[in-house]
Design a protein around this ligand. Sequence first.
Ligand SMILES: [Fe+2]
Length: 403
Amino acid sequence: MPFYQVRGTVPRKRHVQFRDNGLLLTEEVMGLEGFSGNESILYHLQSPCRVKEVAEFEPIEREEWVPEGHAHRLMNTAGLEPEGDQIGGRRLLMWNDDVEISFCRPAASMEYFFRNGEGDEVIFVHHGEGTLESIFGDLPYKGGDYVVVPRGTTYRFVPDEGSEQLYLVFESPGHIEIPRRYRNEYGQLLEHAPYYHRDIHAPTELQTHRDRGDFQVKVRVRGGYQTYGLDYHPFDVVGWDGYCYPWTFSIHDFEPITGRIHMPPPSHQTFAGRNFVICSFCPRKLDFDPLAVPIPYHHSNLDSEEMIYYVDGQFSSRKGIEIGSITLHPSGIPHGPQPGLAEKSIGMTETHELAVMCDTFRPLRLTTLARDLDKPEYAYSWYTEPDQPATADENPAGVTSHF
Ligand SMILES: [Fe+2]
């Protein structure tokens, strides 16, 4: 998506004869928005329609939890045991019609190929190294990477030997893109954008598989997973070019924007989705005006919800927050630093926290997994007894650069 790429061999013109050892290759235009959006053109050894078996369809079933009260929430994922693989092990925490947010600590690797036929994906790799093998080629990934996978990409995760994997997964029926305001009219990233094309990594090498045999492709489509049996390896592409392909961007390459006084969350925006954004909070210098309050002012998210996943940093001194924690500050009620923290923050010059935030513009629904991880006491973390006003020490906080 970010810019034109070509891998393998493609013919001099589109839509002309192109052969491999005499075999006329099958040209596939994989495009968005009909024929008006970005597209890639792939050249296959087989027709991509060829299936040997239309096998099982598994509908996606969500177990919703409707809390009794509307309140700020804290969940801790750190104790979740490994489960499933990189697709089946996605454990949904919250969702709405625009985005699904899942936690994934796979216990095993995929023994099939996967394609999301109805949504874009961003997989934030909290831990783990490996290769996303895809129909567009090999895409290496490591901890801190956002792996951006456009719909229609057939892929499988192949972790490095012994590398434990931990992901936060965003799936959306809408497109997940680089924010429009970061791009000029030709698509080039502007000088004020917090990352540049050099920070974006496309597949390295195209692997053309010519082997026959039994292969399974699982496609997310129509609210479920449809498995197809193939008699050929699905990565049968000898060349492709275009703008649609998976890519990685490391959160460590996000250049934070700081100001004399507090900069709002949009300055941390990394991706734009349909009715949601994904932001990266990275280590940075804090606000430098002598009168600045370096942590955020209270704010009422009247029409948006804020989910924050705590990736790394010194959260241990902040009540209840640790690496792997998730806070959800829903719409309709204000949130902000706990009592004493604004005072404590004065004079702070930098933060070492790393966190991923997703703001949605429509309410999020919660699953029973969120219920199981919920810490109901968090809703009361702003409360102090009237005759015993809290100090920062009584309600300790670490470096709290965002809420
Ligand atoms: Fe907030």
